[in-house]
Design a protein around this ligand. Structure first.
Ligand SMILES: Nc1ncnc2c1ncn2[C@@H]1O[C@H](COP(=O)(O)OP(=O)(O)OP(=O)(O)O)[C@@H](O)[C@H]1O
Length: 647
């Protein structure tokens, strides 16, 4: 068996500090968008906004499931009441036990209060578990609602929304973080309620036992609360400072241990470069972690000392009250129990308050995005498009957001059913954009598009979309089976609607033989991320994409570079099926000009403008851009093909 090379770099290899500077700075991730804002907001400013945040969180939970919301809050309040009963009963038990008299008598006298205390503690435990159950039930239900709402919005907005950088950024923020925060916001609100109820329950019990003990409780709690807030903030800031470095490490780790990058990393012998980068970042990161561990320990020492001093102060005050005869021994002992319980509740409330505020910032992103997405849903009219005979473009323009020049500039043309038209031109001349306008995927920013004499803006966009099939230039490898990959072309086709079967469409796109040769034929899953998944080549994928477009069987078929990755045989077979048919119009975009020779009309684009149109023969006779491009390409196929290859 061949042995692997063992030239792994040693752990103690010196780190070249300049090595880690080759990669550019990373942008902050969307999930950190509000981090600095949060880190620099004081705890008191956070606390002031609490009532509004709690109201919003409760409204969200209520709209998801009223029963579970009421149970989460109600059961927590009931558990708090039990805490009060438990503490009061404990005082009675201690009072009886500390009274004068023989021990059996004292125990007997304490028994009823002991039973009440035990019952209160058990009830409190049971109620807390039930409240936790209701709270845990809310999480998946809220996630379900907010995720569904987000994806309903992202799939409904018009295509142009995705060209708007602001929209795309808001969508990423809403999806990557805002969406997940909805459940957290509710979770932390319930935690806050639990903490506050716990503090109140203890305070009530202490006041009933001996009002003088209440200031003692506060005295012990306040320094602890301040220390808890400080520690949480410090940790958060340290985490922020490290996060960019950690992301760079994840990125490098991803490049070095990933199937998709493995070939290029080897082909370009990038190993040493990547390892040097990784070592450089790792060295800085390790030093930072060691510093953090030291400073956290320091914070802990200070925090523990302050809390210890406060506790000592409470003990001193309690001792004074005891000696002065102002507090009974039993009440003082209960106060110590109450102190512990209040501390726990306070910790829960402080952490929940901190988290709730940060959650709310990100959740607001989600809500803002939903509002913005709502304004981007194509409205259109209510007239249904039932087939299409003639599509007319009248002085149509499209300017992408944030760009100077129009990608399509005052173009007028007509597409008729039964015709094959071709759009040709150099890279970036506007062909794809024009095709998307014809397909109704974009609304023009100038001019009018009419379907059978009706402005498309007055037609129902869903019915317009139903008439169009697009074989896109940049297709997505859907992680479905081969059959599903074709069927999604019209997944909702009713059985009575005529049209090619999946196999017929695959046959027409020269994909059938390839598919039946796959391990599970049409049921082969086309994604190696899944068990039994299979990988296709680029050209095999393009055949599937073509089959999907043909399966859709629409009145308008747009083919944007449908054969760029196909071999000669598959290309020939596909173009046999893209010929004119009386029941459909075909718009063909291709740089392989031999394929457009038989088009009824050829439209030549240059920098967004329509500069020539006519049949192949007419355009060749006229000279100009088309003739120039065609002859350049044809020269490559002539006998002296060497002339076409730059030396
Ligand atoms: N989503 C977009 N946002 C902004 N500009 C875009 C977008 N898509 C295309 N463009 C720009 O619009 C112009 C026309 O692009 P288009 O894709 O329509 O050209 P094309 O003729 O199809 O090019 P190719 O032959 O390379 O496919 C180009 O300058 C391109 O940079």
């Amino acid at each position: 068996m061949a042995r692997q090379r063992t030239d792994e770099p040693a752990d103690d290899q010196p780190v070249d500090p300049s090595a880690a500077t080759m990669l550019p700075e990373l942008e902050d991730g969307d999930w950190l968008y509000h981090a600095w804002e949060f880190a620099h907001t004081s705890f008191w400013a956070v606390a002031r906004r609490l009532p509004r945040l709690v109201r919003e969180a409760v409204a969200l939970a209520w709209s998801t499931n009223r029963g579970d919301t009421a149970a989460s809050i109600g059961l927590n309040v009931a558990a708090g009441v039990m805490t009060t009963f438990g503490l009061l009963a404990t005082t009675s038990v201690l009072r009886e036990l500390f009274s004068a008299g023989p021990t059996p008598d004292r125990v007997r006298a304490a028994l009823p209060a002991l039973i009440v205390a035990a019952a209160a503690v058990s009830a409190r435990g049971g109620l807390a578990i039930a409240a936790g159950w209701a709270q845990a039930r809310l999480t998946p239900q809220i996630n379900y609602q907010v995720e569904l709402r987000l994806f309903e919005a992202t799939t409904a907005v018009d295509l142009a929304a995705f060209d708007d950088a602001g929209f795309a950024e808001e969508m990423d923020r809403a999806r990557d973080r805002g969406m997940a925060e909805a459940a957290w916001i509710v979770d932390h609100t319930v935690d806050l309620v639990t903490g506050v109820v716990g503090i109140l329950a203890t305070a009530v019990a202490v006041t009933v036992i001996q009002p003088l003990l209440l200031p003692c409780l506060l005295l012990a709690a306040v320094p602890q609360a301040i220390t808890a807030v400080r520690m949480a903030r410090r940790e958060y800031l340290a985490m922020l400072a490290r996060i960019t470095r950690r992301r760079r490490m994840w990125m490098l780790a991803h490049l070095m241990a990933n199937r998709h990058t493995a070939a290029e990393v080897r082909a370009y012998q990038m190993r040493d470069f990547l390892l040097a980068e990784y070592r450089g970042v790792m060295a800085v990161e390790t030093r930072a972690q060691l510093r953090l561990v030291r400073s956290q320990t320091g914070t802990r020492v200070i925090g523990a000392s302050v809390a210890g001093l406060a506790t000592f102060g409470v003990y001193a005050v309690l001792g004074g009250l005891l000696l002065g005869g102002m507090v009974a021994l039993a009440a003082a002992a209960t106060a110590l129990l109450a102190l512990q319980s209040a501390r726990n509740s306070l910790g829960v409330a402080v952490v929940a308050t901190n988290s709730l505020y940060e959650d709310a910032l990100y959740y607001q992103d989600y809500r803002d995005f939903l509002e913005r997405a709502h304004t981007r849903v194509p409205i259109g009219g209510d007239r249904a498009a039932e087939g299409v005979d003639v599509i007319e473009l009248d002085e149509v323009s499209l300017r992408y957001p944030d760009t100077e020049a129009a990608a399509v500039d005052r173009v007028s043309l007509t597409v008729r059913r039964g015709e094959v038209i071709a759009l040709v031109g150099e890279n970036g001349s506007g062909k794809t954009t024009l095709a998307k306008l014809i397909a109704g995927l974009y609304r023009p920013t100038g001019g009018t598009i009419r379907w059978d004499g009706v402005d498309v803006a007055e037609l129902d966009p869903r019915t317009v979309g139903a008439q169009v099939a697009v074989m896109t230039q940049e297709w997505w490898k859907f992680p479905f089976t081969a059959g599903q990959n074709i069927r999604v072309g019209r997944h909702d086709r009713p059985p009575e609607r005529p049209g090619p079967t999946v196999r017929e469409a695959a046959g027409a796109a020269a994909a059938h033989d390839m598919i039946v040769g796959l391990p599970h034929g049409y049921d082969t899953l086309l994604d190696r991320e899944f068990k039994d998944g299979h990988e296709l080549s680029g050209g095999q994928w393009q055949r599937l994409v073509a089959a999907r477009g043909l399966y859709r069987d629409a009145a308008l078929l747009i083919c944007d570079e449908p054969s760029a990755a196909l071999d000669a045989r598959a290309e020939h077979a596909l173009f046999q099926h893209l010929r004119r048919r009386p029941d459909r119009a075909v718009v063909l975009i291709t740089h392989r000009l031999a394929n457009v020779r038989h088009a009824d009309r050829i439209f030549v684009m240059d920098q967004g403008r329509l500069v020539q149109q006519g049949s192949h023969d007419e355009l060749m006779a006229a000279g100009g851009l088309y003739g120039e491009l065609f002859e350049l390409q044809a020269a490559g196929y002539l006998a002296g093909a060497d002339d076409a290859v730059p030396r």
